[in-house]
Design a protein around this ligand. Structure first.
Ligand code: HEM
Length: 154
């Protein structure tokens, strides 16, 4: 179960990034180009926020079964000084929760805005900040500190 969830969590990262980038692109395009906020835009906003929530659920599940996190929680004092353990036990969850909350707030604010321009603007700004927070806490394969593979096989 652990290996499957880890592979799924790793894969869903790409879905989040692609959907966020597309929603942000639609946001700036609509905002700066004075486009009408179409049903398609509304679906893009909704699907992006949903994918983020799915990743949150998978991440939470993973958090409770991960041997790395369980070691971190059981040896909190010493583990705080070990980069990998601190990252997955504390930093990753905090940053990702923040990113996903920003996306959720942005999505619900955009939905409630009265004009199309405000909808696009709200979506563009909140999603961009959410994306930056998420990007900063992904254990990228190229990272010299915490590195995880680009893809994991199931
Ligand atoms: C946008 C949100 C998120 C993204 C893009 C993301 C991405 C990733 C990636 C790429 C990994 C490495 C997977 C691998 O080893 O192949 C990972 C690991 C992990 N993530 Fe996330 N994550 C997100 C949110 C969360 C959240 C909200 C939680 C907890 C509530 C979480 C908990 C974990 C844990 C516990 C691991 C490491 C498990 C282990 O190696 O034992 N993630 N995440």
């Amino acid at each position: 179960m652990y290996a499957t969830l880890l592979a799924l969590h790793s894969l869903t990262r790409w879905l989040i990034l692609i959907s966020l980038l597309f929603a942000i692109f639609r946001g700036y395009r609509g905002w700066l180009g004075n486009k009408p906020y179409s049903k398609f835009d509304n679906s893009v906003r909704h699907i992006t926020a949903t994918i983020a929530h799915v990743q949150l659920l998978i991440g939470l599940w993973l958090y409770f079964i991960s041997p790395i996190v369980s070691y971190f929680l059981q040896h909190f004092k010493e583990a705080m000084h070990i980069r990998d353990l601190r990252f997955f036990g504390m930093e990753h969850i905090t940053m990702m929760l923040t990113g996903i909350v920003l996306i959720a707030i942005g999505s619900s604010k955009a939905k409630r805005k009265l004009t199309d321009k405000d909808k696009f603007k709200t979506q563009a700004i909140w999603f961009t900040i959410g994306l930056l927070v998420i990007l900063s806490s992904i254990p990228w394969a190229f990272s010299p500190l915490i590195s995880r593979p680009w893809f994991r096989s199931f």
